[in-house]
Design a protein around this ligand. Structure first.
Ligand SMILES: [Zn+2]
Length: 1021
């Protein structure tokens, strides 16, 4: 063929090639227009609508009515089942035949009663391959079912993706027919697409881009779309180009199929089960066709769902796991939020996850996998190491709004010094498409050039599921070693990390948390979920301690292992990274609250069981405390006068008892008198209480803020300022409504000053003094608060009730304190860390809203103030103002988020010395783990008994539980009921003989390094 040897116009050549493969332009004559050949209608199609998500065998028994393509059905969250009968024309012999299916909702094809493939338009899956090459002896008449969920890949947001779902949306099937698919056209299209992308992405500065341009142009010259015999010559040009190799030093991209499936987000948990099945069965089909394909898959919970609901598919997955193609990763029960779950919750994420992976697939995961969480606790490296994991993959810090994180491959060092090799795929995505752009970005963005020459590229539609496609695999296959692009190999996490480990001498280390400079509203949004989480964490903790004690006291006691595992798994599920952060739709919030309610109810059942079978014989009839610390409690019990005398006589030795009239019931307050140092109140304008040798004075202003809070005559509130100052901010983020609070909200601060009910005395004094008042936030919202001062208690407690009906507002409470320090301390999982109180650098001011757990502290030499809470996670300490974030009011994806009544408690605790010397950590447990009351049988004998004591105040005895693997072993010291040997173990409860824990006459002797988590196994007699 003759053509001009020199063409100098880059733009016309590039656009010519683009138009040749365009889906929009010139499809009448270009190559794209030839992708499909003949079409033929289905023989019949009928449908049956169901409100519920029902199993296949139930669905096929429903009544099916004839369906016309284009007819609408719905509404949102319903399911439409289709029965499809088709006949492939005999004349299509030798052709590849697809069922072409385009619909609004996500679909699953069922054949011979088995799920066979997902169909999702947004996931570029609109074809089910009926035959690769039609033969005479294969069935031409086929019956299929299509299960169509009335929701899209990203739910049903009204107007935008993250808007609240439209409950009335209608759905339709736009196309359902048989078509001939021309794979030779597809191959050529893919060649040209890759070449065109190389031209565009390598740019005018790279000669390789011009080579791609002229190759593509020559292919267009050679290729006649209507004449397939012209294709091979064009293809061979492409193959020649793609086989021109790289030099030895080229970067290697480890491509891995992936499908990020949010366990709930813009759709409920129940839909996620089907999303997993749709996505994974499609992966299995791809693996059958592409034996080299590797797919990484996390979240034990999702595997467990598929095992229960799609056992046939699960068996196929197990088969491909054995072959090394389907690779379970992550080691956790779900991909949890990386900030808010407690230390023990994090441990359980790994324990439940790793146990599941080991049991079902034969191995523990070696990599922790959390690509999409809103920040990563500094405690995670130690928790990973304790769970058999030394490697970590994420990428979310690429979302930072202010600072660019300086590494992609590095050692991450946690709070205790534990290190894990960490990789952020430099393409900054967990849902790549195998395109040239992904590969170029992977090399270009790598911030560890020269240090690390291997990177991951995760490809496949994600978030709502979907996963990889054949096209993505075809793209990557072409450029395994093509000059101008990095090398690409289908790989696994193990291969990637092994390569990185083998050449890690130049890698840098990042110490401390991986803080995400975005989504900082997630510490506060959906306060009821946060409260439910904290409450359930303490309930499960308490019930495990009590059950362990009961087991120690009586071997016939049935430790409630199975119900506890079920409850823990529900709690862990709710810690998923769009549920506990509060970034889910209202349906998910309702599901989450149901799980919490279930935990509360089960707790009551288990508690009664424990108390009636065991504890009442040993522990005080009045109360038992399953926490760790022998502090002083003032509690309130409503009981009748007839049984009051028995409670008094049964109370622990030396108890101080006072009686008060209140609301027609007797209020009974209690404290161990041996530790009791006297008290005195003066409630009204000034409230005063003596606490040990200290005096805490608490003065109100006209606005019911706290003007003065003094300890040992040292004033804690900053001069001229008010403590307990409620403040309201405008809270309108840029896009991610439930997620984000932006820095500019701080400029809209408005104090809440309008008093509805001024201070009244609620408890006049004695062991407890308290006052109440009500403030107006707006014409819709109010705050009612009871400020409580208890004898022997070093903090002032604020029991708070808010009626909250705002829109895009943020409520916080401030304590400007008389303390100066460049750093504040925040509790995290099994430890604490410091963050600056100034805003010197961009890294400092980007942390204008941070997370912490039960307490935060601001201390200078000899004095400090701590802010404690029972269900909050959002803090900021700027200069000397300590702020606790209370409530937000975002409108998407849940239009009713946080509307209604809220009850929560926080406390302020001035102290002398350091926060450690003042036992702030222990007092925060005290606030969160209240004494729990058990009714006792009349006349039963009780014995006061303490199971534990820890000699060092720096050591927190956090968890006592029965091990999950071998029944009748108990975890953590239970002196004197144990027998030897006593052994150390890791967080997966695997014995570590290298770490003995010798028993001495005075107890068990263990040495700790800072922030070290130690687990002990002990065997009961
Ligand atoms: Zn996610």
């Amino acid at each position: 063929m003759y053509h001009q040897p020199v063409l100098k116009n880059r733009r016309t050549l590039l656009e010519r090639a683009e138009k040749f493969i365009s889906e929009i332009y010139f499809t009448d004559c270009n190559l794209r227009g030839r992708l499909y050949g003949d079409a033929c209608p289905l023989e019949s199609i009928s449908s049956s609508l169901s409100r519920q998500r029902i199993p296949f065998l139930e669905a096929v028994k429903q009544n099916f009515e004839p369906y016309q393509v284009g007819d609408t059905f719905g509404p949102t969250w319903w399911t439409c089942w289709f029965k499809v009968s088709l006949r492939i024309p005999d004349s299509w012999r030798g052709k590849q035949v697809h069922l072409s299916w385009e619909s609004d909702g996500e679909a699953m094809v069922w054949r011979d009663e088995q799920p066979v493939q997902g169909l999702t338009k947004e996931g570029e899956k609109t074809s089910y391959i009926l035959t690769e090459c039609l033969k005479d002896d294969e069935p031409h008449s086929i019956s299929l079912y299509v299960e169509l969920a009335c929701n899209s890949l990203f739910g049903a947001g009204q107007g935008s993706m993250i808007a609240a779902p439209d409950p009335d949306r209608k759905y339709s099937v736009q196309k359902a027919e048989l078509v001939v698919f021309k794979s030779d056209v597809r191959e050529l299209l893919t060649d040209l697409e890759m070449l065109v992308d190389m031209v565009k992405l390598l740019g005018e500065g790279e000669q390789r881009g011009y080579q791609a341009l002229f190759t593509a142009n020559e292919m267009v010259n050679l290729c006649e779309p209507t004449n397939p015999s012209s294709f091979p010559a064009a293809r061979s040009l492409a193959q020649k180009f793609f086989s021109q190799r790289n030099g030895e030093s080229q970067h290697t991209v480890h491509a891995m199929g992936h499908c990020h499936i949010d366990s709930a987000w813009l759709w409920p948990y129940e839909e996620t089960i089907r999303k997993c099945a749709r996505s994974w069965v499609t992966v299995i089909r791809l693996m059958e066709k592409n034996p080299h394909m590797v797919f990484t898959c996390s979240q034990a919970q999702q595997f467990d769902w598929v095992k229960s609901w799609y056992p046939g598919l699960f068996t196929q997955i197990q088969h491909f796991v054995k072959k090394g193609q389907f690779i379970p990763v992550g080691g956790t029960w779900v991909e949890m939020d990386g900030n808010l779950p407690s230390g023990e919750s994090m441990v359980r994420q790994f324990l439940e996850g790793q146990r599941f992976f080991k049991k079902e697939f034969g191995n523990y995961c070696k990599e922790f996998w959390l690509p999409d969480t809103f920040g990563y606790s500094a405690q995670l490296p130690q928790l990973m190491q304790g769970s058999g994991i030394t490697r970590f993959l994420t990428q979310k810090l690429s979302w930072n709004l202010v600072n660019t994180f300086p590494h992609n491959t590095f050692f991450w060092e946690g709070l205790d010094g534990s290190q894990v090799l960490t990789h952020f795929p430099p393409g900054n995505s967990y849902e790549m498409k195998g395109k040239v752009e992904d590969l170029v970005n992977t090399v270009k963005n790598n911030k560890d050039k020269g240090r690390a020459n291997h990177s991951a590229a995760l490809f496949g539609f994600g978030d709502g599921g979907g996963g990889p496609t054949q096209l993505m695999l075809d793209r990557l296959d072409r450029v395994q070693d093509t000059d101008g692009l990095p090398r690409v190999q289908m790989s696994s996490p193990d291969r990637l990390f092994s390569e990185l480990e083998a050449d890690s001498s130049l890698l840098c280390t990042w110490t401390g948390e991986l803080f995400l400079e975005l989504h900082n509203g997630t510490y506060t949004t959906q306060a009821q979920i946060k409260l439910g989480n904290r409450r359930c964490e303490t309930l499960l903790h308490d019930v495990e301690v009590a059950s362990s004690l009961a087991l120690c006291l009586n071997k016939t006691f049935q430790y409630p292992s199975e119900p506890l595992q079920v409850l823990w798994r529900q709690l862990l599920l709710n810690q998923f990274h769009d549920v506990i952060p509060g970034t889910c739709i209202e349906m998910v919030v309702e599901d989450a609250m149901r799980y919490y309610q279930g935990i509360y109810q089960h707790y009551d059942i288990i508690r009664v069981y424990i108390s009636t079978t065991i504890l009442s014989r040993y522990i005080s009839a009045l109360l038992y405390y399953q926490g760790i610390y022998q502090h002083y409690y003032i509690i309130r019990v409503y009981i009748s006068t007839t049984i009051l005398s028995r409670y008094i006589s049964d109370a622990l030795d030396g108890a101080a008892v006072e009686l008060f009239e209140d609301l027609g019931n007797q209020i009974f307050m209690f404290s161990p008198s041996t530790c009791f140092n006297g008290y005195g109140y003066n409630i009204g304008g000034v409230t005063e209480i003596q606490c040990w040798s200290h005096t805490l004075t608490h003065t109100h202003s006209e606005n019911e803020t706290v003007l003065s809070l003094s300890l040992c005559s040292r004033e804690a509130i900053s001069h001229g300022c008010s403590g307990n100052q409620f403040v309201l901010f405008d809270d309108v983020p840029l896009y991610w409504d439930a997620w984000d609070v932006m820095d500019y909200h701080l400029q809209t601060r408005k104090p809440v000053v309008e008093v509805v009910s001024p201070v009244q005395i609620a408890s006049p004094g004695g062991l407890r003094g308290s006052v109440t008042f009500t403030l107006r936030i707006s014409d819709k919202s109010t705050i009612t608060q009871e400020i409580i001062l208890d004898a022997m208690c070093p903090y002032v407690k604020f029991n708070t009730q808010v009626e909250w009906f705002e829109s895009h507002k943020f409520l916080k409470v401030e304590f400007p304190v008389r303390v100066r320090s460049p750093n504040a301390t925040y509790e995290i999982q099994f430890g604490h860390l410091q963050r600056p109180t100034h805003r010197n650098t961009s890294w400092d001011w980007a942390r204008f809203e941070v997370w912490g757990h039960k307490w935060a502290d601001l201390s200078e030499h000899g004095f400090g103030v701590s802010l404690l809470n029972d269900s909050k996670y959002g803090y900021s300490v700027h200069q000397n103002t300590m702020t606790l974030s209370l409530l937000r009011a975002p409108k998407s994806p849940d239009a009713n988020a946080d509307m209604g009544s809220h009850q929560f408690t926080y406390a302020v605790m001035p102290h002398t010395g350091t926060f450690q010397e003042a036992s702030v950590i222990q007092w925060a447990y005290n606030l969160n783990n209240p004494l729990r009351l058990i009714d006792n049988a009349p006349g039963s004998h009780t014995v006061a008994w303490s199971a534990f004591s820890v000699s060092a105040a720096a050591v927190i005895l956090e968890t006592v539980k029965q091990v999950v693997s071998t029944p009748c072993c108990c975890f953590q010291p239970l002196n004197p009921l144990l027998i030897r040997p006593l052994l150390s173990c890791d967080l997966l409860e695997r014995v570590d003989p290298s770490r003995p824990a010798p028993i001495t006459a005075s107890g068990i002797s263990i040495s700790f390094s800072p922030f070290q988590i130690v687990s002990l196994l002990l065997y009961l007699k």
